[in-house]
Ligand binder design. Structure first.
Ligand code: PMP
Length: 354
């Protein structure tokens, strides 16, 4: 730390992203990326814009937002596009939370929530998941704080129903409720239809998972016009050109290819179920995932040892050190071929341990 670093950030512990190895080829099942390359139309869209990079991007993201409004069935003024959904989450913490407006979220969830709270000087309460790792929606009823919940949750993969989320939103009318739907396209129930009814609900989604654009950085928020106007105030006070030209064109093309992504997501869900069944047969406990990853443990090998052994064998999965989830690993669903290699290696590692 230099002597210039502001006191307000001195105690900040930054988010630690999953490993992005540069020197070795791995089967990468550690950061919940989409396992298929973008369709040609998406690549072409980005390429066309690459030739215009001397010009700023459209700060209003006009064409992209028009298309997104069509796809999600909301008004253009109810959407904000951002540089990944991490950016809209941070905007939401900046816009709606402060010393007098604390926030609550599950104790086991996306690691960035506590980082954004600390970054923005927001007091936060971590509400323990139930023993089975599910969110008890009743814990949030009338809590009188802002709320952020990943639904489906990460790294557990478990989901709340729309009706349960609605109870939370309805019972906290004077607080902002942020539902992070990063993984919703893999079997969750989206709460976008609720934004018409509730002025305190913000839904965030990402193009990083079900639309395979993690490297382009594109996310969005959907809410009533008032919340989106507030988030725009934050955007125009930090980075008006937050979505670059190539990303916006790629995102637009991806929305035009919606059917392709739906088919691929269905394929990923099928591979997820097959992988889950195979792991269970090997003696793993596997949570009921509604995402593109599995959360699994076994008493035959520790979570850390399995992670390390698989890494030695060229396969990366995600292990979170410490606490109640120390024995678990989060395994991204790759292609069928990648999962076959993962299952084969895992079986071999378990056999060695016998
Ligand atoms: N929410 C959750 C629950 C996530 O797991 C992630 C991915 N790390 C994000 C949001 C952010 O994704 P991105 O910034 O790539 O849109």
């Amino acid at each position: 730390m230099s002597r210039f670093f502001s006191d307000k950030y001195a105690a900040l512990t930054p988010y630690v992203p999953g490993e992005q190895p540069k020197n070795q080829q791995y089967i990468k099942l550690n950061t919940n990326e989409f396992p298929f390359a973008p369709p040609q139309a998406v690549v072409d869209g980005a390429k066309t814009e690459a030739g215009k990079l001397q010009l700023y991007s459209d700060p209003e993201c006009t064409q992209f937002i028009e298309k997104a409004a069509q796809v999600w069935g909301v008004k253009k003024t109810q959407i904000l596009a951002t540089n990944g959904s991490d950016e809209i989450l941070n905007f939401a913490f900046m816009a709606f939370c402060d010393k007098n407006h604390p926030i609550a979220f599950p104790d086991i969830s996306y690691g960035f929530y506590s980082v954004f709270a600390e970054l923005n000087g927001v007091p936060y309460e971590k509400i323990p998941l139930k023993a089975d790792f599910s969110v008890d929606y009743r814990d949030y009823i009338g809590i009188g704080k802002n709320i952020v919940i990943a639904n489906p949750n990460a790294p557990t993969g478990l989901a709340l129903s729309r009706a349960q989320v609605e109870e939370i939103v309805k019972s906290n009318p004077d607080n902002a409720v942020i539902i992070d739907e990063a993984y919703v396209d893999f079997g969750g129930e989206s709460c976008v239809p609720l934004v018409e009814k509730y002025d305190n609900l913000l839904i965030t989604q990402t193009f990083s998972k079900s639309r395979g654009l993690a490297g382009a950085r594109l996310g969005l928020g959907i809410a009533c016009e008032g919340l989106i106007a507030d988030l725009n105030t934050i955007k125009y006070s930090t980075n008006p050109y937050n979505v670059n030209r190539m990303t916006m064109a790629a995102g637009y093309a991806a929305l035009c290819e919606n059917e392709y992504y739906k088919t691929k997501c269905a394929e990923i869900c099928k591979t997820r179920e097959d992988t889950s069944n195979a792991l269970k047969e090997m003696g793993f406990e596997v949570l009921d995932s509604k995402t593109n990853f599995l959360f699994a443990q076994t008493d035959k090998i520790s979570g850390k040892a399995l992670y390390e052994k698989l890494k030695e064998n060229g396969i990366l999965i995600r292990h979170f050190n410490g606490g109640r989830i120390d024995n678990f690993n989060r395994i991204t669903i790759g292609t069928k071929e990648q999962m076959d290699v993962f299952l084969k290696k895992t079986a071999e590692i378990l056999k060695e341990k016998e």
